[in-house]
Write a protein that binds this ligand. Sequence first.
Ligand SMILES: [Ca+2]
Ligand SMILES: [Ca+2]
Length: 240
Amino acid sequence: MKNSIKVLNLIILLFLTTSCDNDNIVEQEEFTSAEFTITGELKTYSTIKFENSSKLANKFLWDFGDGMYSREREPEKIYTQKGFYDISLDVTDTTTGIRDIRIKSVMIEYGRVYMRGIGIEDFPDTNMLGQKWDTDSDPDLYFELFMENIRVVDGINYIINDLNPESHYVYWSFASPYLLPDLNKPYLLKLFDRDDGESESIGYTNTVQFSELTSDVPHDTIEVKSADGKIVVNYFVEWE
Ligand SMILES: [Ca+2]
Ligand SMILES: [Ca+2]
C-alpha cells in the first residue's frame, strides 16, 4: 500500500511538473511583445515605413521621437529634419492588459539639396585656338546645368555681357532656389560665350554627385573644376 501511494504521488508529481512546464512554454510563446522593422531611405523627405511584427497585441502607440505619434498598426512617416530619433512602439493586449515597449534609434540624413546660386571663380582667357572669346569686346558668359544628359537649368537668361577681362569672377543668384531632383545622378556645368546669337563652348566641369556629400557636415559651397582645372565653379547650396 505504502509503495503504491508513493508511485501515485510520483505520477501526480510528474503530471504536475509536466503540466507546469507546458503552461510556461505556452505563456512564453504567446506573451505580448513589441517588435518592428524600419524600411525605406533614412533621409529627410523620404517615406519611411514601419512593419509591425508585434505579438498578441491589439493596441499600438508609436512615438516617432519628433513630437509626432500614431496609433496605426503600420504607419508611414516623413522626417523633415536631420538628426537622431528614438522611435518607440508601445503595444498592449487589451484583453489581458499586458503591455510591451520596443525602442529603436535611427539617424536621418539630409535628403534634399537646393542650389541657390552658381559662382564662376575662373575660366580660360582664350579658346582652343588661342583666340579671345570676343575680338571686339569682352567675353559674354552664360551656363547650363546638366543632370546626366538632361539640361536642368538653362542659364541663357542669366547671361552677363562684356565681362571685365581682369576679373573672371561671376556670381549668379537664382531667383528661387533650385531643388535638385535626383542626388544620385552626376551633375555638371557647361560654360558658353555668346555672340550674335551663336554660342561657343568654353568648357565644362567634372561631375559631382550630391548624394555623396549628404552624409558629411554640409557645406554652403561645393567647388568643382574642369578636367584641366581651368574652369572653377562653386555651387552655392542649402541642405534640407
Ligand atoms: Ca563673346
Ligand atoms: Ca562681348
